[in-house]
Design a protein around this ligand. Sequence first.
Ligand SMILES: [Zn+2]
Length: 342
Amino acid sequence: MTTAYVYDPRYLDHASLTGEHPERPMRLLAINDVLAQHGLLDRMLAVPAQDVTDNDLLRVHLRSYVNRLQQISATGGALLDPDTYVARGSYEVARLAAGGCVAAVDAVLDGVVDNGFALIRPPGHHAFSDRGEGFCLFNNVAIAARHAQAQGLDKVAIVDFDVHHGNGTQAIFYYDPSVLYISTHQWPLYPGTGHWRETGASEGRGCTVNITLPPGAGDLSFALAWEYVIGPALTRFGPDLLLISAGFDAHWRDPLAMLQVSVPGYAQLMRNLVQFAQGYCQGRIVTFLEGGYDLDALAYGSLAVARVLLGDTTLTDPLGLSTWPEEDASSMLQGIAKLHGL
Ligand SMILES: [Zn+2]
């Protein structure tokens, strides 16, 4: 398979003034280093990042929020909330991240490559149409989904395996039957939304699927989540394009959460997603970086995802598995499947 990747050194320019924030430039450098060491960058097509167009941006975000962010960034920066920094120049970087995601989608829709991986920051899934939060400024995956629809695609599915619930993505599509949003996340955890009973509203009812996992859940839970919920929900929905919000903070080493997924667990979920895309949406799958705050887990998780996108069967995992027994989430997962009629 052929895979596009998007990366731009300007993505490193978004940095907190204290330098101590977990969402830091080193995250992308760590991924880039490991991908280069293993020869993956040479095997993927580099697609240049680009400034997102206002058309693409304003399908998701309010002009008033875009203007506010621009002003904060231009005047030296500020905190949007205690966790979410905007530094001087962050506005331009966030635009370049969203535009990079659009470029990756275009490369796939134009048939230049089979699939894509957007290695971008700041991440996006906590960004709402009218505000950023949770380290996120613009909602990259939502902008990419709306862009794909503007190119004529009917239905888009988003699978978000970041350990946190993508509250911004859910809110943007909550009433929309044309976008299926599926999230696996630790429960309870920031941001506190994403209860399994939140399933969409109005015409979008049933098109939000929240898969809550207890602290201690790991690879088996990811596998069962696929078998009971994610796979059947995707099959029933029948998307024209599959987008992935890929966070690596469900890894057992991550400092911000308590799931116990390993690199092989991510690889298996990714294989399922790629296989689904091949069977149901002409192989069209684009992956976007979200969170992940242990640099090794982030880098080797990303390496595994890149390899699966390329069709490799090899796996490099110097980190190994968690030594704690896995929490059993099977009855919870069966309940979620039943709620959704799967
Ligand atoms: Zn996260």
